[in-house]
Design a protein around this ligand. Sequence first.
Ligand code: PLP
Length: 555
Amino acid sequence: MSRFNIEKFRSHFPIFDQKSGSKEIVYFDNAATTQKPKAVLDKYAEYYSQYNANVHRASHQLSAKSTSAFEQSRQLVHKYINSKHLEEIIWTKGTTESVNLLSQSLGHLCINVGDEIIVSQSEHHANIVPWQILAEHKQAILRVVPLTDEGLFDLDVLKEMISSKTKVVSFAHVSNVIGKINPVKDIVSLCKQHKVISIVDGAQAIAHLQVDVQALDCDFYLFSTHKMYGPTGVGVLYGKKELLNKMPPYHGGGEMIKKVSFSGTTYNALPFKFEAGTPNISGIVAFSSALSFLESNSVKALFSYEEELTKYCYQKLLEISSLKFIYPTSPHVPVFSFVIESQHNHDVATYLDAHGIAVRSGHHCAMPLMESLGLDGCIRVSLAGYNTFDEVDHLIDTLNSFSNSESYTSFSDASIAPQSMKSEKASDRIIHQFSTIKGWDTRHREIMLMGKNHPRMDSAFKSESNLIQGCESSAWLSYKVDNGLYQFQADSDAKIIRGLLSIVLAAFNGKTKDQILAFDVEYYFECLGLTQHLSPSRANGLKAIVEKIYAISKE
Ligand code: PLP
């Protein structure tokens, strides 16, 4: 096996040439989407500048070229996952669309009142909601297989659950939160014994494992190309030819027909029967470059490098005593989910972000899993082939320094507790304070410090009516009016949000309705660097708080 050259591999990704502030970008959100190699970016330019034309339809040369590149990409996927027939590869927009296609088409084909569809507890919402919609529509029943203590699909429970009523079992090869490989072959073989259709959501597996759909023997295998160094907006639905032939189309339109007439329409052959309308031609063509890029870098060597990185990262994370994995034992692919004791997930994630490290915090589109674990969410660190051992070390150092940051002191001359300040100048003082601090990581520390000092709200005020909609984590706002002057009180379970609440209240507390409505909040946030640096979800949370204050003062 050829040795994996990480420096060379990483050098193909232009995004890593830039910095996050003064720091190198450490991208650990690969389970959400991977970065793209230059070959993929170049392929877009090549396609649009040299042979942009619609596929399959015209008799001119540009269309012939475009169609050939488009079909070449299908050929590469066919080889990459070892499907028996080329026409078993169907292009979709992504895994989500693939599940929707299956649920609708199989729904017409074989789901009736009282039939059962089985998924697992750890599925991504994309592999739950389409089945719920179908079950509701057909009065079918959605059943849920729980997980073993290690976070795997519990085969023994499936053995008990599967019956003559079961029509479909749809499950992830690898959960996007747990990172462990489910016993696909055993599940599929059990399904076959019971003549049940098996669907494997390969969205997370495809970037880390060599997938052979004939060896797995599943009826369907789905994935999105953006999670394996390819473009967004392209997905693959592999299905066994015999089943696909029996299934009715999902979308109707051009391309998927043989003949259209008001007396009756006939459908095209596979794979086109499921590819209505103009597909994402440029994305599909560019994906061929992602596959060629992977093959040219030796997929085997890449995956074995990832295995080493996974073991290393797991061991290092284990050394942080306050860190609790949501499931014990190492994941099989580099997806690590955990919480830090006594810390809010968003506080940890924003601290890491301020140090140039991109991770995910929240429910990861797996709310039923979080609920079964009694968690609001967790932190997810997910790696890819371009990540390095040094980056893992940086993560560990930063997580350790986060634990120590509890003893923060202010960087500015005058540390303030804005909620207690009634002066109209409170916001000016914050602007002044921030102007003396350079760099987002230091400003972030200051906001965290404000969050730490922010007075907590009595739990009686944390009512449903005081809850602020739009915040990713919970936040509450209450107020009273004395002589026409508004006094707001606010709280959140995340320290970073409490810090932001301090900043917002400093702008509005002790003011009249007219002063509140006249205050230029956008300019204020811009001065503090919030507009440029807050993540979209946090910025939306901040907006929701300000809007609630406006709504109150307009009452
Ligand atoms: N299934 C799993 C396991 C996933 O991780 C994801 C995305 O994170 C999806 C399905 C949905 O993929 P997409 O948003 O590309 O359709």
